[in-house]
Ligand binder design. Structure first.
Ligand SMILES: NC(=O)C1=CN([C@@H]2O[C@H](COP(=O)(O)OP(=O)(O)OC[C@H]3O[C@@H](n4cnc5c(N)ncnc54)[C@H](OP(=O)(O)O)[C@@H]3O)[C@@H](O)[C@H]2O)C=CC1
Ligand SMILES: CC(C)(CO)C(=O)C(=O)O
Length: 300
């Protein structure tokens, strides 16, 4: 099977590494020639959760359009970076299946405007952090849930067969619901970690951070009736603990002075809550704090 992974960042490298380990012929599509050279020269190293290292040979290129037809294209760039990719994706064959790996909800409708017949979304609950251009650290094992929104399930069933206990893959039924539920987890973890500049685990061990997380949970469960059934608070604690040493993707954005995914994660959830008259004051405050940090241009 040939799979191209667009975006050689934390999630792209981790996914590429596990796919290559399962025998898939993987091409990582990066946008910087320097990174492609480094990946080709050094191969791709994964630092596992137990500290061991796994090195995989993957191909790397900047030229997506020059690749032969792939069995699957995985899109592992951030939401903000998707905007400049859509045009390129729309010029690819309409028969190539696409799998979107972004957190948040805003890309759902956008991706479905693409001409491809087979489109799926993914929600991942592992931790991943880039160490350098060709090394990724796996910081917490968690499921990779895939929901097919359009087209058939052939290629995704093949992915299920590749399952590795360190990178468990499962198929779920409803893409929008899956993305919504993941966005709720991210609302509880990402803005707090980014503002406080703490790793995920500290949201549980720091009493004040924990209190804030509980307050936001209360706001979310008041606004979205019944979500405490699918997302009981202990699952939020579990996710923080499993990814305790991870720098959340939003904190990673802050550390690198990049625009975060605050709008596609928190912004969309705030809008949905407001539609039923819920203002979520604590979460809204965090939303504006993250935007204020970005506007201040720190570290740029
Ligand atoms: N990291 C984590 O633990 C988790 C992340 N996620 C989600 O996964 C998604 C990806 O996040 P993450 O991997 O952390 O982000 P990263 O910033 O680490 O990776 C994104 C990568 O995409 C590359 N890129 C951007 N535009 C293009 C393009 N046009 N062509 C090729 N490559 C491109 C970037 O390159 P460059 O370096 O040149 O900018 C970067 O290497 C996000 O939606 C995030 O919220 C979900 C769960 C966990
Ligand atoms: C799973 C988690 C919380 C891992 O940090 C994540 O989704 C992120 O960082 O965006």
């Amino acid at each position: 099977m040939n799979i191209a992974v667009i975006g050689a960042g934390a999630v792209g490298q981790l996914t590429a590494s596990f796919l290559a380990e399962s025998g898939v012929s993987v091409t990582l599509v990066a946008r910087r020639l320097g990174q492609v050279k480094e990946l080709n020269a050094k191969n791709l190293t994964r630092v596992n959760v137990d500290g061991t290292k796994t090195v995989q040979k993957v191909a790397s290129t900047t030229k997506l359009e020059e690749l032969p037809q792939q069995d699957l294209i995985v899109i592992a760039v951030k939401y903000v970076q998707l905007q400049e990719l859509y045009e390129q994706l729309s010029s690819l064959s309409s028969t190539v299946p696409l799998l979107f790996m972004q957190n948040g909800l805003a890309h759902f409708e956008e991706a479905l405007r693409l001409p491809q017949k087979n489109i799926a979304f993914c929600s991942v609950s592992f931790g991943a952090q880039m160490i350098d251009q060709s090394t990724v650290q796996h910081r917490g094992i968690g499921p990779c849930k895939i929901a097919i929104e359009r087209g058939d399930s052939d290629v995704f069933n093949k992915l299920l067969q590749l399952r590795n206990s360190l990178y468990p893959i499962e198929l779920v039924a409803n893409a929008e619901q899956m993305l919504f539920e993941k966005a709720v987890f991210n609302c509880l973890i990402n803005p707090l970690t980014a503002i406080l500049q703490v790793k995920n685990g500290e949201l549980v061990t720091n009493k004040q951070a924990f209190l804030l997380m509980q307050t936001i949970y209360q706001e979310l469960t008041d606004a979205f009736k019944g979500i405490e059934q699918t997302i009981p608070f202990f699952k939020v604690i579990n996710l923080c603990e499993k990814t305790a040493s991870n720098t959340s993707s939003m904190l990673a954005d802050r550390m690198q002075g990049r625009k975060s995914e605050i709008d596609t994660i928190v912004g969309v959830i705030l809008e949905k809550a407001l539609a039923s008259g819920h203002n979520l004051p604590t979460l809204r405050t965090l939303y504006h704090q993250v935007l204020a940090i970005e506007e201040s241009g720190e570290r740029r």
